[in-house]
Design a protein around this ligand. Sequence first.
Ligand code: SLL
Length: 162
Amino acid sequence: GKRVKGVQILRPFVYGTTAKPFDEKTNPKPPGVPDDHTHSWTVFIKGIDDVDITYWLRRVQFKLHESIPNHVRMVEGIKGQPFQIHETGWGEFEITMKLYYVPESSEKPQTLYHHLRLHPFGRTEEEKEAMRLNGGEVISWVYEEQIFNEPYEPFYEILTSG
Ligand code: SLL
């Protein structure tokens, strides 16, 4: 196939983690969760304002800490939904996310790293107040732009026909 010369397509997305301490009122611990788990958390990759990104991102492999059962997980894209994993635990660690693009792109998988944040260290008083109002949610989100350089023609069609 031929590449579209001189063209660069950008697709914005957001990735990161959202964590919440267990609390009888605002976030009760579900049955079966081990005693030493202090938080529920989510790691995700999604479009801005939840816009669909599955037309360019096919699946994401999340590699969690080895202490977590079944710590390597593949998440297939579902149209309009975030790529995400919900878990519970007690500690922070680095999450590895391997992005697999749609086959039409012929792009190699690309790896992102993100630190799971459970604790509000380093936040300003205003940010901490916002967290209290939000039931103690600790968010750590990153804005990113996926760049497709000189995409192949069929992939260019997919990227621009949405
Ligand atoms: C460390 N930062 O470097 C720590 C590791 C691991 C967190 C934190 C286990 C959850 C589960 C969990 O929260 N691990 O048992 O499912 O040593």
